[in-house]
Design a protein around this ligand. Structure first.
Ligand SMILES: [Zn+2]
Length: 272
């Protein structure tokens, strides 16, 4: 057969095949009238938006804020990877004297990935032992340091060692964020126990205290996140937790959880 005729025959076969395929599909696929009624009724309404977009959270959802003190540390990069993989946002309380050329990129990454950054003073100072002027100096120096990296002054603070009293609360100029669930991770350095402490004690509205010092903290909290996500818990930043619960964070008050308004007195001094 001449080449031109052979090509013509191949083209004709291809054309026949292309025309046949939609006809075959139309015969095997039932029309909408033939679908079982319940499938059509249960189908979500047509929506051109991204169907993978997360559902916006409401005050009725189970909400928890995970907080990390004393970072960035050697495991911060891994922790951020794990949080990003689960689309979870956390809050990091940072002290400026730890920020150097190694930790600057991590601090910048924390901010860029949508986590909240709070102040943990500049020198990780025990504020109850300082004068009012010294407290202010610790706070403003740390603000400058963090804003110099992230472009934003932190809106919240957590006192190092959980050392606070009425004077510290009144002098620091920011809402004081404490916690309701202490994992004791820095002391235990055991991922399984950290995970168990979280899973066995967590309540809706909790603020969970962790540190960025040991690998076991990262491993324990990630394991707990995966268990609690299966129980319907959602993990949000401190500002988001309080916003969703309709509580306005105010300077001069301190907060242990998002189950109640902040208090003006020094609260429970045994909470460390
Ligand atoms: Zn600390």
């Amino acid at each position: 057969m001449p080449v031109r005729k052979l090509c013509g025959a191949i083209m004709a076969l291809l054309l026949a095949f292309i025309l046949a395929v939609p006809a075959f599909g139309a015969q095997t696929r039932p029309s909408s009238a033939e679908w079982p009624r319940n499938i059509l009724e249960d189908a979500p309404p047509a929506d051109s938006s991204d169907t993978h977009a997360p559902r916006p959270l409401s005050s009725k959802d189970k909400l928890v804020a995970i907080t990390f003190d004393d970072g960035p540390g050697p495991y911060t990069g891994q922790l951020l990877d794990e949080l990003a993989a689960r689309d979870i946002k956390a809050t990091f309380f940072v002290f400026g004297s730890k920020i150097d050329e190694k930790t600057v990129p991590l601090l910048r990454r924390i901010a860029e990935e949508g986590h909240s950054i709070g102040s943990h003073t500049y020198n990780h100072a025990r504020l109850t032992a300082l004068s009012n002027a010294q407290i202010l100096a610790e706070m403003s120096k740390n603000d400058e340091c963090i804003a110099g990296v992230t472009g934003q002054i932190p809106e919240l603070m957590r006192p190092p060692f959980g050392a606070y009293d009425r004077r510290v609360i009144n002098s620091c100029g920011k809402p004081v964020i404490l916690w309701s669930l202490d994992t004791r991770d820095w002391e235990l350095q055991d991922a399984k126990t950290v995970c168990k402490n979280i899973v066995n004690n967590v309540q809706d509205g909790d603020i969970i205290l962790l540190h960025e010092l040991d690998l076991s903290s990262k491993e324990g909290v990630v394991a707990a996140i995966d268990i609690l996500a299966g129980q319907g818990y959602n993990f949000v930043t401190i500002p988001e937790l309080f916003r969703l619960r309709g509580i306005t964070l105010e300077a001069g008050k301190h907060y242990h959880d998002a189950r109640r308004e902040g208090t003006l007195d020094a609260g429970n001094p045994s909470c460390r």
